[in-house]
Design a protein. Structure first.
Length: 421
């Protein structure tokens, strides 16, 4: 009998790191479970339905409002009706609840969860999993950053929620250390590489954005006629929100100085919502525009700025054309590593360091609060000069990381096969 798998915490549109994880998860599970169908709880469901034509993928509204006022309360009702054996009454429950109740497992693809300092997201961290718990659907949290858990509220919540998951996958050593500080069974979690390392070209879930990405690639080809080496820069609306205008001004200064050193520049996003340019949530495009507008006309002729929706596979192709990339988005870093391009990271969390450490490149990570244009420019120079050695190191480490990431797919496939037997 074919299996039905629910996925939450990721979208096709918006955050393309989440898209990369979602696409890779579906692609790799289908290799082992060809008849599997998927129910994706997306917080950008309307857009996702518009751009995907996959017949074995149902997109359900998984926005916080729907989770609070529909999915959770009706899940509780459904579970109660199931307990008393009143199956006919379940018809009053919305399709989202009925679909989830039919699933063999729920995969959580949240990039980060239960982290000190992000207590305002705890309700969402809980709501994404609680309906599955009520319906007795097994939950697996795929590789992500979790912890630390020093805050009492975060510790208490994480202890009670994470202990109910079938398996937790820690994305790196720091998350593993954080989980070891919770009263969890050691058999309940293990380390695994990020899902985006498993992304392949054929995993693409939408054809939307392909024309725009081809135009960008053509533009990079033309730019090479005057600038032999291309540097990619992927800013982040999240970091810009934390750092303010200083971040965009500093990035613009870096563009100016790199152009002055003879490089061509491509400004690219890792989160896009072309139809919502007034919003920064899951949208780097306004930040790219602000950086471009702060660059002089003279430098701008050597600058390509992405202004449209593009998707995970497109972003990876753009990165592959660069000598090195300066990134503030986590999955832009992952995609650079996946194609052997050395990244220079300006981040905000331990999640960057724990992955870069696996490639012996943790020294290429700096916190946005210590961002310094001079240091970044020096890092670019060093990265370009040592490109071959750095790329070889990445490509040497990559197969091990890919195998590590694959263990998550193997685990859930084993669960599904065991249930089938």
């Amino acid at each position: 009998m074919s299996k039905k798998i629910a996925i939450i915490g990721a979208t096709i549109s918006g955050n393309h790191g989440a898209e990369a994880m979602l696409s890779a998860t579906i692609g790799r599970i289908r290799e082992l479970q060809p008849d599997a169908s998927f129910v994706v709880f997306s917080y950008l469901a309307k857009k996702d339905r518009e751009i995907t034509k996959d017949k074995n993928l149902v997109v359900i509204d998984g926005s916080p409002i729907k989770l609070v006022f529909s999915l959770l309360p009706f899940t509780i009702i459904f579970a109660f009706l199931n307990f008393i054996g009143f199956d006919a009454g379940k018809r009053i429950c919305p399709r989202s609840v009925r679909l989830l109740s039919q699933c063999d497992l729920l995969i959580d693809l949240a990039g980060v969860s239960f982290i000190d300092g992000r207590e305002k997201f705890l309700p969402f961290n809980i709501l994404t999993l609680a309906p599955a718990f009520f319906l007795k659907v097994p939950v697996v949290k795929f590789s992500q950053a979790m912890g630390p858990f020093r805050n009492p509220l975060n510790f208490f919540t994480a202890k009670h929620i994470l202990s109910r998951c079938e398996r937790l996958f820690a994305r790196g050593e720091q998350t593993a250390a954080n989980l070891s500080n919770l009263p969890l069974s050691r058999n309940s979690w293990q380390m695994a590489g990020d899902l985006a390392f498993l992304l392949r070209d054929e995993d693409r879930l939408t054809e939307h954005g392909m024309l725009a990405s081809q135009q960008i690639l053509d533009g990079i080809g033309k730019l090479r006629n005057s600038r032999n080496k291309i540097i990619g820069i992927c800013p982040s609306s999240v970091v810009a929100g934390k750092a303010g205008d200083d971040y965009t001004r500093e990035m613009a200064q870096i563009v100016e100085r790199l152009v002055g050193q003879g490089f061509g520049i491509v400004l690219f996003p890792n989160a896009t919502r072309e139809d919502h340019m007034d919003r920064l949530f899951n949208n780097d495009l306004p930040i790219l525009k602000n950086i471009r507008d702060n660059v002089s006309d003279a430098a701008r002729q050597y600058l390509i700025t992405v202004e449209q929706d593009i998707y995970a596979n497109d972003i990876r192709m753009i990165i592959a054309q660069c000598e090195t990339v300066i990134v503030s988005r986590f999955h832009a870093m992952v995609m650079a590593l996946s194609v052997g391009i050395p990244p220079i990271v300006v981040g905000w969390s331990h999640k960057y360091v724990e992955v870069m450490k696996q490639f012996e490149m943790e020294n290429s990570v700096s916190d946005f609060e210590a961002m310094n244009a001079g240091q970044i420019l020096a890092a670019v120079t060093e990265s370009v000069q040592n490109k071959k050695a750095l790329s070889n190191r990445i490509l040497e480490k990559l197969p091990e990381i890919v195998r590590s990431s694959q263990t998550q797919i193997d685990f859930v496939s084993g669960m599904l096969s065991h249930e089938r037997s």
